[in-house]
Design a binder for this molecule. Structure first.
Ligand code: AMP
Length: 388
């Protein structure tokens, strides 16, 4: 049998996504691909899933397609090994038409959605018991990852998922390394692909490697955003120049300095070792306003809550609190104590995640379902034309 015959045969044996799952709807076009809500076609399995469809690296370049890279394989294998209550579960991985489908357990909410809801609909802060419970579980998931030497690299409110019971499930781990260069630009074409608001100061000063401390900074930023209902360091991304040089992120650092004060060798002894240290002297001298900022947030008053907040936002990565230590912080010993299923216990129901029928990409395959979806799209287009 030739190689191409073998590949055809092997592909034909693979279970097809649409044979195993019913697509309930389209969630969104995410950082790395499209996300769909799905249900198992096995009638005894009542769980819901989120299916992420990843396109091959170079779309349309199927001629050069040689399969998934070794690093991608390794990363996927690693994701499948991870198993923790506060990390989103990966049910299975399917390959079809050169696309990778990752099937995750479904989470009804995420931190970004909750923050928006409190800001625009409820117009009041997230209750302290919720913030504390969310933060503790986020730390618990991150502690598990770090204990297994997995770095998240892209922690932000949209990546921290939450079940309708209130169980935190961190998602998107390892994907930053899998599908993107470490310090990617904010825009790719006209689409936002990554935000620098959660980026640690050492990265902004040119550190070349990700560390556990970098994840912890992002946790501090997320904690602040849960409290303030808006990003605490909302800088503007400096764009890459035509020579693709990585730009110095002056605006982002300015935002950080305005809250935490301009860093010095006293607070951060190794700062002068960083590649972009030379820029530090060009910034104005700001003093630390974190306490003031914390006290201005309505309803927030815990002293130990503030201590944890500032320990996460420690300039020196060597002194920044670890996930393990943060879990044992006095803030969590104080009343109200964190709860696992806090939404269920407090009888809080947030609006469900919206799904739409707009995107039929997953169904636009060669399958029967695919042609049905296409037909439907044509019918709809026809109806529209007739109405005009
Ligand atoms: P992402 O690709 O992670 O940026 O995700 C894009 C969108 O899909 C975001 O709104 C996520 O909150 C949502 N999403 C990602 N994973 C899941 C999941 N396991 N369950 C439900 N929604 C998800």
């Amino acid at each position: 049998m030739s190689m191409s015959e073998y590949k055809l045969k092997r592909d034909a044996c693979r279970p097809k996504v649409l044979e195993k799952y019913d697509i309930v709807g389209f969630i969104s076009s995410g950082t790395y691909g499209r996300v769909y809500k799905a249900r198992s076609r096995n009638k005894d399995d009542h769980r819901e899933f989120a299916i992420k469809k990843f396109k091959p690296d170079r779309e349309g370049d199927s001629h050069h397609y040689v399969g998934i890279s070794q690093s991608a394989c390794r990363e996927i294998a690693l994701c499948r090994e991870l198993n923790h209550e506060n990390i989103i579960g990966l049910e299975e991985v399917l390959l079809e038409d050169k696309a990778i489908f990752m099937v995750f357990e479904y989470a009804e909410h995420d931190f970004l959605q909750i923050i928006h809801y409190h800001l625009h609909t409820e117009r009041k802060p997230i209750p302290e018991i919720l913030i504390k419970s969310f933060l503790w579980q986020l730390l618990n998931g991150v502690a598990y990852l770090h204990a297994n030497w997995v770095l998240h690299r892209d922690l932000k409110p949209a990546n921290v998922l939450l079940t309708s019971d209130g169980i935190v499930k961190t998602g998107d781990l390892g994907l930053a390394r899998l599908f993107n260069r470490p310090l990617q630009p904010l825009f790719n074409g006209d689409k936002v692909v990554v935000t620098i608001w959660y980026r640690a100061p050492e990265l902004l000063f040119g550190a070349r490697h990700y560390t556990k401390a970098i994840d912890m900074w992002a946790v501090g930023c997320i904690y602040g955003e849960l409290l303030a209902l808006k990003p605490i360091f909302k800088g503007e991304e400096a764009k890459m120049d035509t020579k693709k040089n990585v730009p110095f992120q002056r605006s982002q650092l300015t935002k950080i300095f305005e809250v935490l004060g301009t860093p010095t060798k006293e607070v951060w002894p190794a700062i002068d070792q960083l590649p972009d240290y030379c820029h530090l002297s060009t910034f104005p001298q700001c003093s630390n306003n974190l306490k003031h900022m914390y006290q201005m947030i309505p309803g927030v008053k815990s002293e130990s809550g503030f201590n944890l907040f500032s320990a996460l936002l420690e300039y020196d990565p060597a002194k920044r609190i670890t996930a393990e230590k943060a879990l044992a912080h006095p803030y969590f010993q104080e009343d109200p104590k964190p709860l696992a299923n806090v939404l269920a216990q407090q009888n809080i129901e947030y609006p469900l995640r919206r799904v739409t029928q707009e995107d039929n990409d997953i169904k636009a395959t060669k399958s029967v379902l695919g042609s049905m979806a296409k037909e439907e799209a044509i019918n709809r287009a026809n109806k529209k034309a007739r109405n005009v």
